[in-house]
Design a protein around this ligand. Structure first.
Ligand code: SF4
Ligand code: SF4
Length: 356
């Protein structure tokens, strides 16, 4: 076994101390219980990480905050032209390095849907989003493989799996009262260098755990025809009215989605000073496309659901080498108050388009 392939081990007893030491150097985010929800929050010595529960939200906000200051502005007296004011802009402070410990494998893959949009490598445009990239490049992701699938999980439909290493710096698999750590990047090597190598028994137990998790997922549906099927149904009001009949356009699906990356820009000012913010937006809301004139190109919920599903399974793959902009986490299904199921919509579209 070469040094690069050595897998590490940390016991659950040693984990709090390890995370506390990491938190002395960088911001460390772990799943933590808040009421009935499990959410990613910063960790400090004495905190408890909820690594055995599927987090309610993804860790998307560590890299793409819900609300982010881009810069501040102030209108100050102009020393060279008395009586006039000039606009002074100040960049927001640089974020520090961060570690997400206990991301789901689907959520780590979710960042792969963000990357080509914000790093300019996709065919949708070449602009780079420096605000996204500086956080993305400074965030180390430790995935904790799932032990079993929920009935809302479908990561295997879209190229993932409960222990997929895609998007992870370290892949942690529960075994023998601890975690076997597969090191996948140079940053992951540095993060885990103080830990001992896993034993043969721990490696075998981890391999068995991965197999059990993969076996718990039902066979993946074939959605390879979805991009063409959804494109064929673009003008079918009948299909989209039927699929969206129960949608309340509450936006829970978009806010919980690890691959939804749309944002809004607002200025918040007080007198002569203020800040420019960007914050998550929600394409299921009629306000998302409402124009200043009052015209709305997506005035009803059928248009908006068509856009959301079409974007993830048709428009995005057409721009980004066939990759779906959905990691199959199932949160939109689990949290929808009206039981709208994106899997059913995609399968219905494939079936319907075959009959058109
Ligand atoms: S969570 Fe369900 S009801 Fe709410 S906007 Fe999404 S699909 Fe519609
Ligand atoms: S569309 Fe639904 S299943 Fe797909 S990544 Fe978003 S929340 Fe998860």
């Amino acid at each position: 076994m070469s040094a690069e392939n050595v897998k590490k081990f940390i016991s659950f007893d040693a984990l709090p101390g390890f995370l506390a030491r990491a938190a002395e150097k960088n911001a460390v985010y772990v799943p933590r219980r808040e009421g009935n929800a499990v959410v990613y929050r910063s960790f400090k010595a004495g905190d408890e990480a909820e690594l055995g529960v599927r987090p309610t939200e993804s860790c998307k906000h560590v890299v793409f905050p819900r609300g982010e200051e881009l810069f501040s502005f102030a209108r100050e007296a102009d020393k060279e032209e008395p009586g006039k004011r000039r606009l002074v802009l100040t960049e927001a402070s640089e974020p520090g390095a961060a570690v997400v410990f206990g991301a789901l494998s689907c959520d780590a893959r979710g960042f792969l849907a963000f990357d080509p949009v914000y790093n300019g490598s996709g065919t949708g445009g070449t602009a780079k989003d420096s605000y996204y990239l500086r956080r993305r490049n400074r965030t180390l992701i430790v995935v904790k493989a799932c032990k079993n699938a929920l009935n809302t999980c479908f990561c295997n439909w879209v190229g993932g799996g409960p222990a997929s290493p895609q998007g992870a710096d370290v892949l942690a698999v529960e075994a023998e009262q601890g975690l076997v750590l597969d090191i996948l990047s140079g940053e992951g090597t540095a993060f885990t260098e103080s830990l001992p190598a896993a034993s043969e028994a721990q490696l075998a137990a981890a391999a068995a755990a991965v197999k059990a998790a993969e076996d718990s997922l039902p066979k993946a549906a074939d959605v390879s025809a979805a991009p063409a099927s959804l494109a064929a149904l673009f003008s079918s009001a009948e299909f989209w009215n039927k699929e969206s009949a129960h949608c309340l356009y509450c936006g829970a699906c978009t806010y919980l989605c690890p691959t939804c990356y749309c944002f809004n820009i607002t200025d918040e000012s007080d007198g002569l000073t203020g800040v420019r913010l960007r914050s998550w937006d929600n394409c299921m809301s009629p306000l998302f496309t409402l124009e200043a004139s009052g015209h709305n190109p997506r005035p009803n919920k059928a248009d908006r659901l068509k856009n959301r599903v079409g974007h993830k399974f048709s428009y995005y793959p057409s721009l980004h080498s066939g990759r779906f902009s959905c990691c199959g986490c199932g949160r939109c299904i689990k949290s929808c108050p009206s039981s709208v199921d994106i899997r059913k919509i995609v399968l219905d579209a494939v079936k319907e388009a075959a009959n058109v």
